[in-house]
Every structure is written in C-alpha cells, then in structure tokens.
Design a protein around this ligand. Structure first.
Ligand SMILES: Nc1ncnc2c1ncn2[C@@H]1O[C@H](COP(=O)(O)OP(=O)(O)OP(=O)(O)O)[C@@H](O)[C@H]1O
Ligand SMILES: Cc1ncc(CO)c(N)n1
Length: 277
C-alpha cells in the first residue's frame, strides 16, 4: 500500500486578492509540503486596502463540504479562520464533533487589518461556548483576546490573566499574538496544557505588508501538527516561518500587502524565548 500523504484542512473565507484567509492557509500548507483541503464558509471581495463585500455560504453547504471531505480524506489537523456569523460557527462545531479531523487550531478571526468586521458580535459568545471547548489551541491577537475574555489588556500580567481565562473556557493551549501596536519588539505569549508558559520575541519589521500574518501562523501550526511534531515544536517553527514570510516580503497592492509564503527560513527568524518579560 502506498504511504498516505499527510493531509490537513482549513475552514475559512476566501480573499479575492489572495493574501489572507483561505489562500494564505493553502499557500502555507503547500510551503510545508503538506496537502490541504478547504471548506469555504464565505466569499469576500477584498484587497490590500480593505474588505468591500462579504457573502456567507448557507450552513447546509458548509456541512455538505465537511461531509464530502470526511467521507474520503484522512485529515490529521484542522484550523478555522473567518467564520462570519453564529449559524456558521454552530455548523462548524457540529461538523467537528461529528467527524474526526484531528486537533483543532482555532484562529478567532474578528477584524481584518483594514478594520472590517469578519465575525458578528452575537457570534462571539457562540465561539466561546461551542468551539473553544473543542480546540487544542486558540490563537487570538490582543484585541480578540480582549473581546473573548471581556477584559482590557494593557500589561504582560493582563495577557497572562487573559490566557488563564481563555483556558477556563475549555481550550487546552493558548497563543496570544502580539503583532498589533508599534513596539520595537513583537511579543507573543504561549500557555500550554501542561502549565508551561513562555514569551516569544522577535524584532518588529517596519512594513505595512502584514496582510494575513494571523492566518499564516495558525496555518503553519496546523501544517506542523499534520507532519507529526509536538504542539510546542509546531509553535516554534510556525513563529520562525511567519517571521521569514514578512522579512522576505513581496510587493503586491497599495495597502496592507500580502506575505511571501515561500521564504527562506533562517536562524535569524528564530524567536528569543523568555520565561518572564
Ligand atoms: N510587523 C511585524 N514584524 C514581525 N512579526 C510580526 C509583525 N506583525 C505580526 N507579527 C507576528 O505575526 C504573527 C501574527 O500576529 P498578529 O498579531 O499580526 O495576528 P493577526 O492580528 O491575527 O493578523 P491578521 O488579522 O492580519 O491575520 C505573530 O506571531 C506576530 O508576532
Ligand atoms: C477571508 C479573510 N479571512 C481572514 C482575514 C484576516 O487576515 C481576512 N482579512 N480575510
């Protein structure tokens, strides 16, 4: 029997300009040499300047796609990106319980870099109650962590408290991304199931070309899990990968431009690891 090619999956929206959402996920999977299936929940008319239009697919079409993949492929890990509304979140949660797609990486996408809302307010509670208990890892940025916890985050101790609170909603592992703001260093926080926690720091690239960084790091973690490494190793590799995708930037569009999903990852992309900051 032929060895099975490792397969992972993304459940997300499309970005017509090809930089974020599902395209970022599939490019990231390809860059890791892993096969990617894709469940489309929404179509966005979008470019590097903003999101112009969103069209949600009906929940039964989302479920039909999940069924088709489950009937045929052997998915080892799955990530969710833009889910849009509460009905879609519920359908996805139902599908993830019905079928075995392996560990869930939940990227709670809420707002695009240009400011467009990609998750309705009422869907936030649905994410908290239906998807968070199913997730192996959640990867909010700071504003998303604030919305999910209902608490303001201003300091490292606020970030640690937010991670504890997110864990209390049932998600085993937490990665709070620190890409927002303009501090000289970007600092992410990781809290693992075994109680281990640490900070990952890299130098901020001063560039507007960061469209889809969040999609890309969660897709890279999903790809690594599909390749069989531990979650901690997956996070470390994914962080170095996303750093390289920004450093080796490409010039597309006039706003928040896309990443280079096929960069050369080198030693200088490895983050510094700190127990405390
Ligand atoms: N300018 C930058 N330089 C270096 N690393 C960055 C930069 N911007 C983001 N990152 C890193 O990219 C990853 C994604 O973080 P970010 O906070 O941008 O996610 P996000 O807001 O969900 O992204 P998006 O909504 O665009 O998909 C994190 O590991 C973060 O530290
Ligand atoms: C479809 C889609 N998903 C996610 C994001 C966030 O990067 C985006 N801008 N568009």
């Amino acid at each position: 029997m032929v060895n099975e090619t490792p397969q992972v999956m993304t459940i997300a929206g499309t970005d017509s300009s090809g930089g974020a959402g599902m395209t970022a996920d599939l490019n990231t999977f390809a860059a890791h040499g892993i096969y990617g299936a894709n469940i489309v929940v929404s179509v966005t008319a979008q470019n590097t300047l903003g999101v112009q239009h969103v069209h949600m697919l009906p929940p039964d079409m989302v479920m039909a796609q999940l069924q088709s993949v489950a009937d045929d492929l052997a998915i080892r890990a799955v990530k969710t990106g833009m889910l849009g509304d509460a009905a879609t979140v519920k359908t996805v949660a139902q599908g993830l319980q019905q079928f075995n797609f392996g560990p869930l990486i939940l990227d709670p996408v809420m707002v695009a870099k240009g400011g467009a809302q990609l998750l309705s307010d009422e869907a936030v509670a649905t994410v908290r109650t239906t998807l968070m208990p199913l997730a192996t890892l959640i990867t909010p940025n700071i504003p998303e962590a604030e919305v999910l916890t209902g608490r303001t985050i201003q300091s490292p101790s606020d970030i640690m408290a937010a991670a504890d609170r997110l864990h209390s909603f049932g998600t085993k592992n937490i990665l709070i991304k620190g890409g927002h703001g303009n501090a000289h260093m970007v600092t992410d926080y990781v809290r693992l199931e075994n109680g281990e926690h640490f900070w990952l720091q890299t130098t901020r690239f001063d560039t507007p070309r960061t469209h889809g960084t969040g999609d890309t790091i969660s897709a890279a973690i999903t790809a690594q899990l599909g390749l069989g490494v531990t979650l901690k190793t997956a996070i470390m590799h994914a962080k170095a990968y996303v750093d390289a995708t920004i450093r080796d930037g490409i010039a597309v569009g006039h706003g928040h431009g896309p990443l280079n999903h096929f960069p050369k990852v080198t030693a200088e992309n490895q983050p510094e690891v700190y127990d405390e900051i």
